[in-house]
Design a protein around this ligand. Structure first.
Ligand code: 5MM
Length: 348
């Protein structure tokens, strides 16, 4: 074996290998990294007690779903989950490794109001990041995730907000790569509001372009990086909702205009779309554009994979099998979408 390739204080060979494994086949990523407030909110809506033990039971349900590794290449965890174990004391990280699923970790520390910009958010989490990354690597994590939130509204997003959030994403990405961890960079343009698809396109394109300018300025190794974008879609409250084909076309055109071809992969968030909508859109992108895509294009859904399973589980042991069957089914549908083989007929 030769010495590892080290560029800009990073092992590019290992980064590329991890990225390739995460983007392999027709698989995608499972985002199970809801922070305490988000997880508790979802539990509250489903009538489930909001305790550490119920969060452990829920994450156990997910990671022990039989054969999930057929469709899922990597799972993004929240810090609490990294240290949790199954009823018979096997760390969830080990359960995932045995299932052929690479564990990843959300390392941002959530959003706060941006100073001087009361309607906009900025993401925290750079303090002590290298130490945390080294610790997570030692525990078996091979990739990480940082989410920035871009809000569309009257006069926003501001240039300052896009610049600040993308700068933080770029710093995070560099620190990850220097710790041999593949960064997922997630600049989420929210679906909240009544904006049109055209406005979403404009903001998403601008955000991603600024992001890659910052990533390149930091010297981030693009083949060892995964972008996690929103799809280009009208706001939830916009009266004009476009067809599946229009969303797929706008999304791919926006990404082709803004994402350098050498990027290791693109994996969408679902952003509040139903599981069926998210799958339809991903499927349409592959059917129409497969031969034009310079990067692997897959999913990194949270709600569009988990929500139906969570609603079946309801916090009750007797519902675990039904919930696991549902999670496995949703993963199979998302994978079919990535393969361009999804249809509403198979999704029932
Ligand atoms: C946008 O949220 C990410 C993707 O989830 P959806 O597919 O449901 O849109 C998700 O990974 C998110 O970043 C995590 O759930 C963590 O969110 P919080 O709000 O807890 O930081």
């Amino acid at each position: 074996m030769g010495a590892p390739v080290v560029v800009n204080n990073m092992n590019t060979e290992e980064l590329q290998q991890t990225t390739t494994a995460l983007m392999a086949g027709d698989k995608g990523l499972l985002a199970m990294d809801e922070s305490l407030p988000t997880c508790n909110k979802r539990f509250q809506e489903a009538g489930i007690p909001q305790t550490e033990e119920y969060r452990r039971k829920y994450r156990q349900l997910i990671v022990t779903t039989p054969n999930l590794g057929e469709y899922i290449s990597g799972a993004i965890l929240f810090d609490e989950t990294v240290y949790q174990s199954t009823d018979d004391q096997v760390l969830f990280m080990d359960v995932l490794h045995r299932a052929g699923i690479i564990p990843g970790i959300k390392v941002d520390e959530g959003t706060v109001e941006m100073p001087g910009h009361p309607k906009e958010k900025i993401t925290r989490g750079l303090d002590g990041l290298t130490e945390r990354l080294n610790n997570y690597y030692g525990l078996g994590a091979r990739f990480a995730k940082w989410r920035a939130v871009i809000t569309i509204g009257e006069g926003i997003p501001s240039d300052e907000n896009i610049a600040a959030n993308t700068k933080l994403l770029a710093r995070y990405a560099l620190l990850c790569q220097q710790a041999d961890i593949v960064p997922i960079v997630e600049p989420e343009v929210l679906m909240d509001g009544d904006h049109t698809i055209e406005r979403c396109y404009e903001v998403t394109e601008k955000t991603i372009k600024v992001l890659f300018t910052q990533l390149q300025a930091e010297g981030v190794y693009l083949p060892g990086l995964i972008l996690k974008p929103n799809m280009v879609i009208a706001g939830k409250d916009c009266p004009v909702q476009k067809s599946t084909d229009e969303v797929a076309t706008a999304t791919v055109n926006c990404l082709l205009a803004s994402v350098p071809p050498e990027v290791g992969g693109v994996a969408f968030l679902s952003g509040g779309q139903s599981p069926q909508e998210a799958a339809r859109h991903l499927h349409a992108m592959h059917v129409k554009f497969d031969d034009k895509l310079p990067w692997p294009l897959t999913f990194s859904f949270a709600r569009a994979l988990q929500q139906p399973a969570l609603e079946l589980w309801k916090g009750k042991d007797e519902n675990v099998k039904a919930a696991q069957d549902m999670l496995y089914f949703r993963a199979s549908m998302a994978s079919a979408a990535r393969a361009g083989q999804y249809s509403v007929d198979i999704d029932n």
